[in-house]
Structure formats: structure tokens, C-alpha cells
Design a protein around this ligand. Structure first.
Ligand SMILES: *Cc1c(COP(=O)(O)O)cnc(C)c1O
Length: 213
């Protein structure tokens, strides 16, 4: 099931779109099936689960931290994480820089933008992100490579489309100036809209691994 699912899914994607297989709550066996089908990018939203999986699964997996990240937990993933999607404050950015320095590496991150109408979702506002990009960024061990966002949880596709297209326009506005090349938007229920609006990275879980409890 998973192998067939991920192969057909990945084959349909446009070349410029990277698929992050969101494996949160799923057992290692499920990830291995996807891995053997050729999948290398996996996304988790909890630090402890990410670390446990990284320890026991193949070394060439690229681990994406897609959930809300607390500053005091950056140190656990700093040595190996491939991309941190949910950077939602300058304090977190500074902590990632500090842990990057300790590990002698430059950690790639995405700035999370709050585009949804729900108050509970994390992220910078467009104004805050613009201020961050205007500032002179002298952090040596963190590299902002793009943006990430989650649309409002709704059946109203026109609203989702509007939110993604606004984000996409903001991305275009900054991509040259700040060398951004990753626009992480789109999940199981809205990845089609996201790709049509310019996504370069989708984070898909339930469509590949089945629904979570
Ligand atoms: C769980 C999760 C996803 C994947 O959700 P699905 O609906 O299962 O595709 C994507 N992004 C984030 C940030 C998530 O937490």
C-alpha cells in the first residue's frame, strides 16, 4: 500500500516540487517501506520522535523538522537535521545559529509565515518577515533558504488559493534579494492548490501513510 502510494504520488509531481513524506506517529516499518520505494525526505513534528527515528533508520534520510520547535530542544537535532521549517521568531533563529556554531555547520531553515485565519497557528506576519529580511543578517551558522506556511483549515478552496497566492507573491518579492529557493506549502488536502500557486515543497502525510489516530 505505502510503496505503491508513494511511487504513484511522487511520479505525478512536477520536477521542481520536493515531496516531504510526513511520517509523524507512524512506525519505523512504514518509513522503511517508503524509503525502499525511493523516498529520502521525511518530516516529523516532535523532536523526541524525530531523534528516535533518525537513530534507527538509514543515514541518508534527510530529516525535516516541520512542527513548532521550542528553543531548548534545538540542541537535540542541530547535528543532523536537514531543514527546519517552522522558524517563527528571531529568538529561535538565534538559538539555531548558536547550535549550528557548536556543531560546526550551517543549518538551513524556513521562516514560517502566519497566513491562516486561525489564531492558533505560529509564524511571522508578513510585516515581521519583511523587517527580518530588510535587516542585515549576520548569523553565520543559520541559512534562511525559504518560507513555510499552513493555510486555514477549511473546505473553501478559494480561500486556500488566496492564502497561498499571497504567500507566493511575497516569496517572489524576496527570493532574489535573500536567495530564497524553497517555498514549503501544501499538505494532503491542499497540495494541488499549493503547487498551482508555486509551491516547491509539499509536506504530505495521511495521503501516503494513511490517516493518523
Ligand atoms: C502533519 C503535518 C503535515 C501533513 O499533514 P497531512 O494532512 O497528513 O498531509 C504537514 N505539515 C505540518 C506542519 C504538519 O504538522
Amino acid at each position: 500500500m505505502i510503496a505503491a502510494q508513494i511511487k504513484t504520488f511522487a511520479a505525478k509531481l512536477p520536477k521542481q516540487v520536493t515531496l516531504v513524506a510526513v511520517s509523524k506517529t507512524k512506525p519505523n516499518a512504514d518509513l522503511l517501506i517508503a524509503y525502499e520505494a525511493g523516498q529520502r525526505d521525511f518530516g516529523e513534528n516532535k523532536v523526541q520522535e524525530l531523534c528516535q527515528k533518525a537513530e534507527s533508520l538509514p543515514n541518508d534520510i534527510r530529516w525535516h523538522m516541520i512542527g513548532h520547535l521550542q528553543r531548548n530542544k534545538v540542541k537535540y537535532i542541530a547535528a543532523f537535521v536537514h531543514l527546519i521549517h517552522g522558524v517563527d521568531s528571531e529568538r529561535l533563529l538565534n538559538e539555531i545559529n548558536k547550535q549550528g556554531a557548536k556543531n560546526n555547520r550551517v543549518i538551513d531553515v524556513l521562516i514560517q509565515i502566519h497566513i491562516a485565519e486561525e489564531a492558533t497557528k505560529f509564524g511571522f506576519s508578513y510585516d515581521e518577515a519583511a523587517k527580518l529580511f530588510e535587516g542585515n543578517n549576520d548569523l553565520k551558522h543559520v541559512n534562511i533558504v525559504g518560507l513555510m506556511a499552513m493555510a486555514t483549515f477549511t473546505n473553501d478552496e478559494s480561500q486556500i488559493k488566496r492564502e497561498f497566492s499571497t504567500l507566493s507573491a511575497f516569496f517572489d518579492q524576496w527570493k532574489e534579494k535573500r536567495s530564497l529557493n524553497v517555498l514549503s506549502m501544501g499538505m494532503s488536502n491542499d497540495y494541488n492548490i499549493a503547487i498551482a500557486e508555486g509551491s516547491t515543497m509539499i509536506r504530505v502525510g495521511s495521503l501516503i501513510f494513511g490517516s493518523r489516530n
